[in-house]
Design a binder for this molecule. Structure first.
Ligand code: B12
Length: 279
């Protein structure tokens, strides 16, 4: 359930649900979905939409369906609320998407990642200030904390993964996304943040008896990631590397066990590597 009440247009509500707006229009006309009339158009309270979605899912007797969300519109919307510094609206958007069947990996790969990429391009072009970028990054950090705390598989953990960005790389958000994705997928995750000295990563992996170490790389400088991969290989750890700063071929040449281009892939690869250790 959302905490801050918002009035959505039919199109906005349809984007959340992942259907055509006329589908919702018909539901409103039939009385199935509550709506107000404001300024001559229908507006739907977020709480009414939540209630309707819950009832719909209960009727289906199933977990919410994955829906064909209009991700590019959702990116536009998140971009606007991040630039406005509206963390409440950002959280509400993520919450609704999760309620509507999107996964944490979907949010990272299709919403947060592309929005940050847009922010990075505008920042580089001098069209956004550092303060705007920092505020947006901080809001995404909060969203990641929120979505990973609200949705995790129950039962025994499927394996342990240590996640970090290596020394010299101050980008933590992608590593935090990997952590969130693995946490909700049932892994025990030790998230170490960014700019981590190589010895610290190895020490934590040993202490936690990690099955896998996942490293994110957002910078061109290879010294940190290459030292980390060498030290982890020497200590016999399996590794997954990803991130906007490095490609598959290079990551594998530097000694990564696997390379992944998304949070969805991080989940698949971590499972595969954990299984390979137990078999
Ligand atoms: C936010 C940001 C910052 C923030 C970071 C805040 C934080 N807490 O993380 C701050 C201000 C610290 C920062 C600093 C700098 N930044 Co910066 N930053 C960004 C920005 C806007 C977003 C980064 C981000 O989080 N992206 C979102 C992630 C999710 O995207 P992603 O890496 O592609 O990750 C996806 C996949 O690759 C995959 N994935 C990622 N990691 C992993 C790991 C595994 C194991 C797997 C399987 C998958 C996976 O899943 C993710 C989701 O789909 C980017 C723009 C961009 N294009 O990304 C620039 C960007 C990364 N930064 C850049 C630069 C140049 C810098 C600075 C050098 C700027 C400066 N002059 O000081 C410094 C670097 C300092 C340092 N030594 O690290 C460049 C990097 C160019 C390059 N390749 O070297 C970029 C691309 C901006 C640009 N267009 O020029 N930055």
């Amino acid at each position: 359930m959302t905490t801050t009440e918002q009035l959505l247009t039919l199109q906005e509500a349809a984007d959340v649900v992942g259907c055509h707006y006329q589908t919702l229009y018909r539901r409103v006309r039939s009385g199935e979905l509550n709506a107000l009339v404001a300024g001559g158009t229908y507006r739907i309270r977020s709480s009414d939409l939540d209630a309707w979605l819950s009832e719909r899912d209960a009727r289906k007797g199933a977990v919410p369906q994955r829906s064909a969300h209009n991700w590019s519109k959702l990116v536009d919307k998140l971009f606007d609320v991040l630039i406005a510094g509206d963390s409440g609206a950002a959280r509400q958007q993520s919450q609704r998407l999760l309620d509507g069947g999107a996964t944490v990996a979907d949010l990272c790969d299709r919403l947060y990642g592309p929005t940050l990429t847009r922010i990075g391009a505008l920042w580089r072009a001098g069209n956004l200030t550092v303060a705007e970028e920092h505020r947006a990054s901080r809001i995404i950090e909060g969203l990641l904390e929120h979505i990973s705390s609200r949705s995790s598989k129950t039962g025994p953990r499927v394996g342990c993964v240590v996640v970090a960005s290596a020394v010299g790389d101050r980008h933590s958000l992608a590593a935090q996304m990997v952590s969130a994705g693995l946490h909700v997928d049932g892994f025990r995750v030790s998230y170490l943040g960014a700019d981590l000295p190589v010895g610290e990563i190895v020490q934590m992996a040993e202490r936690e008896q990690a099955d896998v170490v996942a490293l994110s790389c957002c910078v061109e400088d290879r010294s940190g990631i290459s030292q980390a991969l060498s030290a982890l290989a020497a200590a016999d750890f399996l590794t997954i590397v990803g991130g906007t700063g490095i490609g598959r071929t290079e990551a594998l040449e530097l000694g990564a066990t696997r390379y992944g281009a998304s949070i969805n892939e991080a989940q698949v690869l971590a499972r595969e590597l954990v299984r390979s250790r137990v078999s």
